[in-house]
Design a protein. Structure first.
Length: 187
């Protein structure tokens, strides 16, 4: 049920954007697929289903990065995909393939840490979005802490809520804050 938090930003985008670019549409599709892949993993937990969940997290992160990296003058005028954007997207895909075959998660972690860090470093001077940056940072911290303390939270809440459930909720909040940052920076 907590995977619904990935869909709420999609509904917000559908309601708030009248004319959507190709990249915004791609982001919405990825968020829907992320919700589906995460549900699939939690319904049938295994390395096979985890692959799809991680793949959608990595590629959705790369879509966000590509939107942030698109020059301002290309936002409205033309939809153009540069080779570096395809390379970043491919990196997201390959990071999960690499994990699948080696068990090494470091490339995937570069994405999980690198994309939010890029957003922060690129936008921290913009006073109009500081609150959303702070919300993104706090949500990322809480989601990582709740993920790490999953079993403790589950026991603490008398087996009603897991840390992973809280992780999903704060991931949705983080995604929403990223969307607001994109809006405020005219991306």
């Amino acid at each position: 049920v907590s995977n619904i938090s990935f869909l709420i930003p999609v509904f917000y985008l559908l309601k708030s954007t009248k004319k959507r670019s190709l990249k915004v549409n791609l982001l919405m599709i990825h968020l829907v697929l992320l919700g589906i892949a995460s549900t699939y993993y939690h319904y049938i937990p295994s390395d096979k289903t985890l692959f799809w969940d991680m793949l959608m997290i990595a590629t959705t992160s790369m879509v966000v990065l590509n939107i942030f990296m698109t020059p301002q003058n290309l936002q409205k005028e033309e939809e153009k995909v540069d080779s570096y954007q395809l390379l970043f997207y491919l990196f997201g895909f390959l990071s999960v393939i690499y994990w699948k075959f080696t068990g090494d998660i470091r490339l995937y972690l570069i994405i999980l840490i690198g994309v939010p860090l890029y957003i922060i470093l690129k936008n921290y001077k913009n006073k109009d979005i500081r609150n959303y940056l702070l919300l993104m940072i706090v949500s990322n911290i809480i989601l990582r802490l709740s993920e790490h303390n999953d079993h403790f939270i589950y026991q603490f809440t008398n087996k009603n809520i897991s840390g992973h459930t809280i992780k999903h909720i704060f991931a949705g909040i983080g995604i929403f804050s990223v969307i607001k940052i994109l809006e405020k920076t005219n991306k």
